[in-house]
Design a protein around this ligand. Sequence first.
Ligand SMILES: C[S@@+](CC[C@H](N)C(=O)[O-])C[C@H]1O[C@@H](n2cnc3c(N)ncnc32)[C@H](O)[C@@H]1O
Length: 287
Amino acid sequence: MSYLDWLPTEKTCKCPEKALNCLSKKEWFRNQIPVWWFRPEELSTKFDLSSRKLHPAIFPTALAVRVIKNYSHLGQTVLDCFSGAGTTLFASKLTGRNAVGIELNPEYAKFAENRLTKLKKKDKKESTKQVQICDDARNILKYIPQDSIDLIWCSPPYWDMLKQKPSTRNLKNQQYLKNNYSDATHDLSNEPELDGFVDSMRDIFSKAVVTLRSGSRFVINTGDFRRKGKLILLHQIYTDLMTDLGLETKNVIIWDRRKEYDTSLFSYPYNFIVSNGMAEYILEFKK
Ligand SMILES: C[S@@+](CC[C@H](N)C(=O)[O-])C[C@H]1O[C@@H](n2cnc3c(N)ncnc32)[C@H](O)[C@@H]1O
């Protein structure tokens, strides 16, 4: 596609050749603590609040900014293959990175595009590019050249978790507008069986890896959950998939969300069950 003919990009910073990112020692040290958390005001920026009115499961801009700055340089390009309301594109713009987002639902893709247009109007120089594509992530290779991406950062659907009872995902201040992202059959949250979901993820990840430059990072936000009483270890499923695809598991970071949740005592004293949603994963893989 000609509108992505600017790929690949080169870093525009003056960091040493082999440096992983442009972080200061202080930022690097803070990120080394394997449990990441954010202050309430960092979780409710204007962008996040408006996205939440439309989309049932965005990640906060603060998290996207932190990941992007930790695994890429100024001027490089980030890919989000499940870009939703466009948080990664927005965070890329804020941090001086280029970005491409792929999202199946036209309503979310349009929202992301509109938000970006507004932000770009304020930046007359337009020194970086952010592009939103509305399509099935299985078609990534139709748009993105091989070895052209410096960081893949995404949060795939947690299979059919949105269809579960809200009591198992009782985030404070969250409106549960929908119990799926769309009715489309290609929407991964509509896969009827876990095996089918995992096969689709394998297909998408294997294509996404082709677009990633050697030595670059593939970073996934996910969480475990229960389905019909059975614990689904999605973080383990993705780690196995990535290992099969030849990537090295570099780090596992816990995203501590406990302050965002209302919790209650359940199943006492018979069946001890932790509240999985309070701790999500940031999984880092290296190509
Ligand atoms: C967890 S959400 C990502 C939200 C995003 N990180 C944000 O902050 O807005 C997962 C997204 O994957 C999208 N999706 C589901 N199946 C897809 C597919 N086959 N191709 C591309 N996107 C898909 C859903 O519509 C949903 O927006």
